[in-house]
Ligand binder design. Structure first.
Ligand code: ATP
Ligand code: MG
Length: 390
């Protein structure tokens, strides 16, 4: 277990508070996986946590918790909460708007989402505390919501995304109750702030299980809720998800901008094909339309846009501009994108192969390749006496 998380617990204990490890770290360790972060639950109120740890801050408006920083490591500390209380504010659809109903350890277990996420570990007694049959579900490899599934998913529809994510990460099955509520919960996702959905998008698709997750959701309302314009039958998306998973497994860098480019590609291409002078810039319109559901930070939107724009230039291969194009900052992403498109579009395979071998050549070889390209048809210009001397 993480020494920083243990330090948080020891310090809280030293101030007379109970503190335990909880959530994903216990679940993952019991499944033989390396936890990605560590969460601590305590009976210390937030302002006390803030006082005890100098390098801490309170985050979250809907659901405040404390972040305690140890260098680059961040420990999430939350105060025990109740699952049912007058201090939990709901909207008319049953969604939790604000939760500051603090409670006991046992109450805290019942307000958590899935049974396998509600296991606690006490480092002092080295005991696992399980109020919700989480250990049994772990053994049966099932994702089960604590309490009444419809109520729990209405409280926070993002739980449907978490359910799918954990099922794929752990290779668990979703309880039938959850499967039955997929469409209902997906429809509720429109009430979730687009910035939160962007975070969930990252967790879903940039964690090494993107392809399996996409396969599971692409024909459901979940995919429509996240990417309303994406074609569920797109081979490009599947290929890109697989490629991203492979890159993650090999320790290569991945950017959300690339997946955004892939997921919105057909929408962009359709807008670009329709665009008439004076209309909105098609890339801008595509991205703006997406912002209603998922708030894509500007730098990733720009990345997608540059990747799209370069496609046409890569395909055209204008001999005069090839050297400059190969130096373009989005050349690499644009080329990768083209290769993925070529996997499902034979018309592009010659072009993708050309660029691939172009990059393997030395300067002289590249020059030859450019020379051998068919000369582009110049648009006929009006004769200009002074220029047409040659
Ligand atoms: P990972 O960190 O691997 O994504 P995790 O289960 O630790 O998985 P976190 O988002 O770190 O997920 O949350 C920590 C714990 O807080 C969860 O295990 C769960 O007990 C509780 N939790 C988080 N989000 C919710 C939610 N939306 N509803 C109810 N409980 C939640
Ligand atoms: Mg966690």
């Amino acid at each position: 277990m993480d020494k920083d998380a243990l330090d948080v617990i020891h310090q809280l204990n030293a101030h007379g508070y109970t503190a335990l490890l909880v959530g994903g770290c216990i679940r993952d360790v019991l499944c033989g996986l390396t936890p990605k972060d560590f969460d601590v639950a305590t009976d210390a109120p937030l302002d006390e946590i803030k006082r005890i740890f100098r390098r801490s801050r309170i985050i979250g408006r809907r659901f405040p918790i404390a972040h305690v920083r140890y260098g680059r490591n961040l420990i999430e500390v939350s105060t025990f909460r109740q699952s049912v209380s007058d201090n939990i504010e709901h909207d008319a659809q049953g969604m939790i708007l604000r939760d500051e109903a603090f409670g006991t350890l046992q109450e805290d277990a019942f307000r958590r989402d899935f049974s396998v996420n509600a296991l606690y570990f006490d480092p002092n007694s080295k005991e696992i505390i399980d109020y919700v049959n989480g250990l049994a579900d772990l053994a049966k490899r099932r994702i089960r919501l604590i309490g009444e599934p419809a109520v729990r998913l209405a409280e926070d529809p993002v739980r449907i995304l978490r359910a799918v994510r954990f099922a794929n990460k752990l290779n668990f099955t979703l309880d039938e109750d959850i499967v039955d509520l997929i469409e209902d919960s997906a429809a509720r996702l429109q009430a979730i702030p687009p910035a939160r959905l962007f975070d969930e998008f990252l967790k879903l698709f940039l964690n090494g299980n993107g392809e399996a997750i996409w396969q599971q959701i692409r024909h459901t309302g979940i995919a429509r809720a996240l990417f309303p314009t994406c074609n569920p039958n797109s081979d490009l998306v599947v290929a890109a998800m697989r490629n991203t998973d492979e890159r993650i497994k090999s320790g290569l860098s991945v950017t959300p901008g690339f997946l955004i480019a892939v997921l919105l590609w057909e929408d962009f291409a359709a807008r670009a094909a329709e665009a008439v002078t004076g209309d909105d810039d098609p890339a801008f319109a595509t991205l703006r339309n997406q912002q209603h559901t998922i708030a894509v930070p500007r730098r990733f939107g720009t990345f997608a846009k540059e990747t799209w724009i370069i496609q046409e230039r890569l395909i055209k291969r204008n001999p005069r501009t090839i050297p400059r194009l190969a130096q373009h900052k989005r050349f690499r992403a644009g080329f990768d994108f083209l290769c993925l498109r070529a996997e499902s579009d034979p018309a592009l395979s010659e072009c993708a192969a050309w660029w691939s071998s172009f990059q393997e050549q030395d300067e002289a070889g590249q020059y030859d390749m450019i020379e051998q390209l068919p000369k582009p048809q110049r648009k006929r210009r009006r004769r200009n006496k002074r220029r047409s001397t040659s």
